[in-house]
Ligand binder design. Sequence first.
Ligand SMILES: [Zn+2]
Length: 71
Amino acid sequence: MILPIDLDIYFNNLRNAIEELIMAVKHTPTGEVHRGTKGGRTGCGFNTKEHPSHWVNTSERITCAKNGCKN
Ligand SMILES: [Zn+2]
């Protein structure tokens, strides 16, 4: 038997995993959109904590062509 609480945790983990894959963060000085979220690292390795004011979460398409950001 699956308890409702287990399903909750399961779907939360699933949603987090999907968000990690599709979330994008924009570097405002260059306008480049990277894979990742504000407060973490971009797919290509930038630390968004170093200049927090330069980064915003976005739903725009990823434009960075470096490994880790592009598919
Ligand atoms: Zn990138």
